[in-house]
Design a protein around this ligand. Structure first.
Ligand code: IFM
Length: 455
């Protein structure tokens, strides 16, 4: 056994999401999503593109499944497009949408691969946005109904459920920062949206468990370890602020049935909440949100080093030269994954944890011979898997790891310019080519451990 041998039960996976790979935006009864609308607005997406075709996975899923099989994966994490299932968000169910995911799930099971389904990876039906979207409490009822429809049909075959992917992105990037759909710039609305997303998680978890007793249900959070840039008290405070804004705002209600008092006070001080607190939190909401989880999914990409910027405001700073950043401008910092896992285990103690996303955008493409030598991505995965292994040694109940992503795909506001895939996609021809990192990952899975050597 090498020092990086994983437990026999460790689950190896890859992750994708519906809007980023499926395409077929107007087919088989799928309704419009907020991302279809957002992409149609000039200036929203870096390369002016959309997910209308993406990787055409809706038509090519059998070929993609064959690729998944060649990697030797134990699990495949995908998301279900709400607008395919209930095109108007509420009301009529589109059975063609359910049929698609049923075929995919059955195909995975035939191949001995566990289907890990995420109900919401950002593609809200536009019809619901027109009625207020996540800022409207009624959207939580619509989500619970959607969870009911999907879990009735697929509950006997899906191995594990995630209600939401990355509530911080849904709330903050979509409603405060405006970088994501629906593209709003309203902090008060973002906080209401965050609460309703969390509330709908709890409601959907109850529904799934009612339909499928014993079904593992969790949620996927994007989390970042935060630290001060210097020992100045102001920088320590900036790190505390970031932790409250990014991590504890979601972890505390889910695990401790309360919002973090310091972060709430900060929002009040900034005028984002009334002094009376959080008007959208109704009696019983926090108990619904905080019901026991079967697992927590953590998406880890980078750390946040924080300082006070001289005007009393926190800002994150990069600790490495630009050339050492991924194409997203994110620092490669594997130690942060271990720190984060140890901290979440210590402070929140989820019964099980999965790394549900981890990966890097690098543009490396085919050489003259058609081979994609993406050594930097291999080094990224190697470092992070070592950190994951150390966390297991530290006692963290980390039970699996999902690389982001199976394929190069539509990277939201960045369009197709950022490539996270283990598999290269030529968007002109839809040809798929395994990158060197895919071969490396396959070998790592086969060995159930990270080999010595570099990268
Ligand atoms: O592509 C995204 C994914 O949809 C959510 N987590 C982060 C990834 C990389 O930005």
């Amino acid at each position: 056994m090498t020092s990086t041998q994983f437990p026999d039960s460790f689950l190896w996976g890859v992750a994708t999401s519906a809007y980023q790979i499926e395409g077929a935006a107007g087919e088989d009864g799928r309704g419009e999503s907020i991302w279809d609308r957002f992409c149609s607005e000039p200036g929203r997406i870096a390369d002016g593109s959309s997910g209308a075709v993406a990787c055409d996975h809706y038509h090519r899923w059998r070929d993609d499944l064959a690729l998944i099989r060649t990697l030797g994966l134990g699990a495949y994490r995908f998301s279900i497009a709400w607008p395919r299932i209930i095109p108007q968000g509420t009301g009529a169910v589109n059975s063609a949408g359910l049929d698609f995911y049923e075929r995919l799930v059955d195909g995975l099971l035939e191949a001995g691969i566990q289907p890990f389904a995420t109900l919401y990876h950002w593609d809200l039906p536009q019809a619901l946005q027109d009625r207020g979207g996540w800022a409207a409490r009624a959207t939580t009822d619509a989500f619970a109904t959607y969870a009911d429809v999907v879990s009735r049909r697929l509950g006997d075959r899906v191995a594990s459920w995630a209600t939401h992917n990355e509530p911080w992105c849904i709330a903050h990037l979509g409603h405060e920062d405006g970088e994501h759909a629906p593209g709003l710039h309203d902090p008060a609305v973002a906080l209401a949206a965050a609460h309703h997303v969390l509330l709908s998680h709890g409601m959907a978890a109850r529904v799934i468990r009612g339909n499928v007793p014993g079904a593992p249900v969790g949620i996927v959070l994007n989390l970042t370890p935060t630290s001060p840039a210097t020992d100045r008290a102001e920088d320590h405070d900036a790190a505390r602020w970031m932790d409250g804004f990014f991590n504890r705002w979601y972890l505390d209600p889910l695990f401790h049935a309360k919002y973090p008092a310091d972060a709430v006070a900060d929002r009040v001080a900034r005028g984002h909440l009334p002094v009376s607190g959080m008007p959208f939190v109704k009696p019983g909401d926090l108990a619904t949100i905080a019901q026991p989880l079967d697992y927590l999914g953590i998406n880890y990409y980078a750390r946040a080093v924080m300082r006070e910027n001289g005007t009393g405001n926190p800002e994150s700073v990069s600790m490495v030269p630009k050339k050492e950043l991924t194409d997203m401008g994110w620092e490669v910092y594997p130690e942060g994954m271990r720190d984060l896992l140890v901290r979440v285990h210590r402070d929140y103690a989820p019964p099980r944890i999965y790394i549900t996303e981890n990966g890097a955008a690098y543009a490396d493409g085919p050489d003259a011979a058609g081979r994609i030598r993406d050594e930097r991505r291999i080094a990224f995965f190697r470092g992070h898997l070592r950190a994951a292994h150390q966390a297991i040694t530290d006692g963290v109940p980390l039970e699996g790891y999902f690389a982001w992503s199976l394929l190069d795909n539509f990277e939201w506001a960045q369009g197709y310019e950022k490539r996270f895939g283990l598999i290269w996609v030529d968007y002109e021809t839809q040809t798929r080519t395994l990158k060197d990192s895919a071969v490396w990952y396959r070998d790592t899975i086969a060995a159930n451990g990270v080999s010595a050597g570099s990268p």
